[in-house]
Design a protein around this ligand. Structure first.
Ligand code: SF4
Ligand code: F3S
Length: 78
């Protein structure tokens, strides 16, 4: 799945939400998160983010790897 990383914090532009065909991008208190089991890997959200917060999970830069876990943990009560 795609994941949303640190650059989204306190920016929350939400351009990504408008283009996601399966509505799997959800708002948290500080940033938005992508539900890893609902994302269909279409890639539509990635170029829409003005702060480049979105990456495919396999391409997340090393210093942002923790966000792969964070995007999943948010939805663990589902
Ligand atoms: Fe939604 Fe596609 Fe982005 Fe996944 S890759 S969050 S399905 S827009
Ligand atoms: Fe955040 Fe970028 Fe979406 S700032 S809300 S990931 S468009």
């Amino acid at each position: 799945p795609y994941v949303i990383t640190e650059a989204c914090i306190n920016v929350k532009d939400k351009s990504c939400v408008d283009v996601c065909p399966v509505d799997c991008i959800y708002e948290g208190p500080e940033q938005l998160f992508i539900h890893p089991d609902e994302c269909i890997d279409c890639g539509a959200c990635e170029p829409e983010c003005p702060v480049t917060a979105i990456f495919p999970d396999e391409d997340v830069p090393a210093q942002l790897r923790d966000y792969v876990r964070k995007n999943r943990e948010v939805f663990q009560s589902d």
